[in-house]
Design a protein around this ligand. Sequence first.
Ligand code: THU
Length: 155
Amino acid sequence: MKKELSIGYELLTENELTEQEKALRLSAIKVAKKAYAPYSKFSVGVALLLENGEIITASNQENAAYPSGMCAERIALYYAGAKYPNTAVISLLLVAFNEKGQVSEISPCGACRQVFVETASRFKPFSLLLSGKDKLIRLKDCQDLLPFSFNKDSL
Ligand code: THU
C-alpha cells in the first residue's frame, strides 16, 4: 500500500504579515545581532509569542566544544518553559544572518523540530514563520515539519 504525505504552507510577502508578526520579525532581527556565533558566523534570531502576550527572544550560543552550543529556537522555547511552565506558545519566528547579511531561506534544524513537537504536545500546535530574505513562509502547525516524530506515544 502506497501512501503520501504533504504539508501546506503559505509563501508570503512582508506586507502580508499581521502587525503582531511584523513585531516578532523586528524583535528576531534585533536579537540575532546579539548571537554568540564566533565559530559558524551564522547568527540566528528567534522571537516567540506566548499566549499571555509576552514575546520571548533568543539567539544562538556557540561553544569551542561545538556540540555544547545551542540553537536560538531551543533557547527561546526552554526559557519560555522555565519562566511560564503553563503558558502555550502561539507562534515562533526565525531569522538568520551570515557574513553576507540576512540569509535568503531559513529552516529549523531537526533537533529543534523535535522540541517543537514536544511543546505542541504540551499545549497546542503553534505557527512557524521562517523569515528568509527572499522566502517568507508561514506554517500553521510546527509539527508538520517532523512527520513520523518520536513522541510520548512512542514510549
Ligand atoms: N542554528 C540555530 O540557532 N538554529 C537553527 O535552526 C539552525 C542552526 C545555529 C546553531 C549554530 O550556532 C549555527 O546556527 C550554525 O549551525
